[in-house]
Ligand binder design. Structure first.
Ligand code: NDP
Length: 333
């Protein structure tokens, strides 16, 4: 069957250039797999912007269809666990990296990648969360397992206006935390307050202590989405037994820190991966955001886009100009 897919293509030559556009493909163009799915919604993530722009760390070979998450309906299944008509959700593993992803109206994937959509969540809701939202939830879960609790003091969130950051602010606030949002976008103050941030600070305020081994302890936890210097600067600002979780790298790949905060204040640095964790852990976080962590206000921070807006929105995200979540409706022109 024919379907539309957003394809990233590579020009030849020593310094290849990358271009994108919608093309008509056939199911026979998809890789082998157990389950053929009609994708109704996907969401836009930083990694998609990298894949669409030719980042070989994400996607090795082109032409390629990005889209690291998807929500849709099973069309054909060779796996017992799924039958035509089932509503399903996917995020991570190789989807959209080197396997044709959710920016195509059809995908074919191994059954082990597929999550069952909880009844309380619509396909639209699932992609308002999307990979970024699930990563925010995984970060909160990891920090709580390390001892974070509403009574223990403020929690700081970096990249607060971005996809992971905005959902993290909203979720932490719902759970009763005092949230300090770090943002490079002064014009998004009202947006961040509407998500539940009690205070918004600039990146410079955090970076002021950069290079110091220890600094005044201000936060019980830091939920980092940017990596780099912001993480380095937050480690010495954690309260005793505090923790910082980190999931991203938009601000840099290197973290530099003295061992003092670790050995004198017992702080922890926690990595968060949403991609390769076991399927059961993914299903568990999906079930949680459909129930006790449900965020009815998520629609307020989600912008719906159709196919024609995808290219420009990915470029905005790549330039750090994205705000909140972007959900792609594969049916809408
Ligand atoms: P977005 O692009 O939506 O948001 C990133 C935000 O970071 C921006 O909106 C901006 O927020 C801030 N930012 C951008 N550039 C810089 C900079 N140079 N220095 C400091 N802050 C900056 O991305 P996502 O939220 O979707 O993803 C964030 C990171 O998390 C990415 O690196 C992504 O790859 C990673 N990620 C990792 C996952 C995992 O499994 N480990 C899963 C999902 C995402 P503001 O202007 O408010 O400061």
């Amino acid at each position: 069957m024919a379907f539309l897919a957003f394809r990233a293509e590579e020009s030849g030559g020593e310094k290849p250039e990358y271009s994108t556009g919608w093309q008509t493909l056939e199911d026979s163009d998809l890789p082998a797999g157990d389950v053929l799915i009609e994708v109704r919604y996907s969401s836009l993530n930083y990694k998609d912007a990298l894949s669409a722009s030719g980042n070989k760390g994400v996607t090795r070979s082109y032409p390629h269809t990005p889209g690291i998450d998807a929500a849709g309906v099973v069309l054909e299944s060779a796996a017992e666990a799924f039958k035509p008509g089932d509503e399903v959700v996917l995020f991570g593993y190789d989807l959209g990296m080197n396997t044709s992803g959710g920016f195509g109206q059809h995908i074919r994937v191994p059954a082990e990648w597929i999550l069952t959509k909880p009844a309380a969540l619509t396909l639209q809701d699932a992609m308002a969360w999307g990979t970024a939202g699930f990563t925010a939830a995984l970060s909160v879960q990891k920090l709580e397992r390390a001892g974070m609790a509403p009574s223990r003091g403020p929690v700081v969130v970096t990249g607060a206006s971005g996809g992971v950051g905005s959902v993290a602010v909203a979720l932490l606030s719902k759970l009763g935390y005092e949230v300090v949002a770090v943002s490079g976008k002064p014009e998004q103050q009202e947006f961040l307050k509407s998500l539940g941030a009690s205070r918004i600070i600039g990146r410079d305020e955090v970076l002021a202590v950069k290079g110091k081994a220890m600094a005044k302890p201000l936060y019980q936890a830091a939920l980092d989405t940017t990596g780099g210097d912001l993480v380095s600067a937050l480690i010495p600002q954690l309260l005793p037994e505090g923790a910082v979780s980190t999931c991203g790298m938009v601000a840099g790949l290197k973290v530099e820190a003295s061992v003092f905060p670790f050995i004198l204040r017992g702080v922890s640095l926690l990595g968060v991966d949403s991609v390769e964790i076991p399927r059961a852990d993914k299903q568990s976080v999906l079930d949680k955001v459909a129930a006790e962590w449900a965020l009815p206000g998520l629609t307020n921070l989600t912008t719906d886009i159709g196919r024609s807006e995808l290219d420009a929105t990915l470029k905005k995200i790549l330039n750090g100009q994205g705000v909140g979540r972007y959900r792609l409706n594969l049916i809408q022109e």
